[in-house]
Design a protein. Structure first.
Length: 196
């Protein structure tokens, strides 16, 4: 769903993507959380957190590992939020802010109005592209988001919501993160018009 963050042609957008933003977003999004009581167990993601390891390399730094952990945590929280169309009771705000958070909240609002939630979870494969040392350090992450098993359903009937057949189910996504003190925060998620 978080890929809904900046939807491009060929994939669902807040309006065109039938509220499947980041799900089919973000995604983005990411991810973990608690139920708010109005969702049932069939719409909650697995309680097992997503684990993503950077590709094996002798050059993977502690900073890269921290960036990937924050990015993955954001996706876990997104997945939990999209599973109940609400960020309430999730960890979304712990690693996600600014444009990324605003886009996710817009997606969730649209999903609530449409009576839709998600099941399953996206598969992500993030890599740190660069880390810039500055007064506020920034990092860029490139990812291949696979939404094949992240399904948008009608909350009441539990039936799959039909989506455009032309949408990408595996797409390239980028994220911008900023380091606030000792913590990395996802500030922007962008889905690309490119399959991976």
């Amino acid at each position: 769903m978080t890929r809904a963050i900046q939807h491009k042609a060929g994939r669902p957008s807040v309006r065109a993507r039938t509220y499947a933003t980041a799900l089919l977003v973000t995604g983005t999004f990411l991810v973990v959380g608690c139920s708010n009581g109005d969702s049932d167990s069939s719409s909650n993601p697995s309680s097992t957190p997503t684990t993503v390891s950077p590709s094996p390399s002798s050059t993977v730094s502690a900073e890269d590992t921290a960036v990937i952990a924050a990015y993955t945590s954001s996706w876990d929280a997104q997945t939990a939020a999209y599973s109940k169309a609400s960020s309430s009771g999730t960890d979304l705000k712990k690693n996600t802010t600014f444009k990324a958070l605003a886009d996710i909240e817009n997606d969730l609002s649209a999903m609530r109005k449409a009576g839709q939630v998600t099941t399953g979870r996206p598969a992500i494969d993030p890599k740190v592209v660069k880390v810039t040392d500055a007064k506020i350090p920034t990092a860029t992450v490139a990812d291949c988001v696979d939404t094949t098993n992240w399904i948008l359903i009608d909350k009441a009937s539990k039936t799959k919501v039909p989506l455009p057949t032309t949408r990408l189910t595996k797409y390239v996504s980028t994220a911008t993160l900023e380091k606030w003190g000792t913590k990395w925060m996802v500030t922007k998620l962008t889905a690309q018009e490119q399959a991976c």
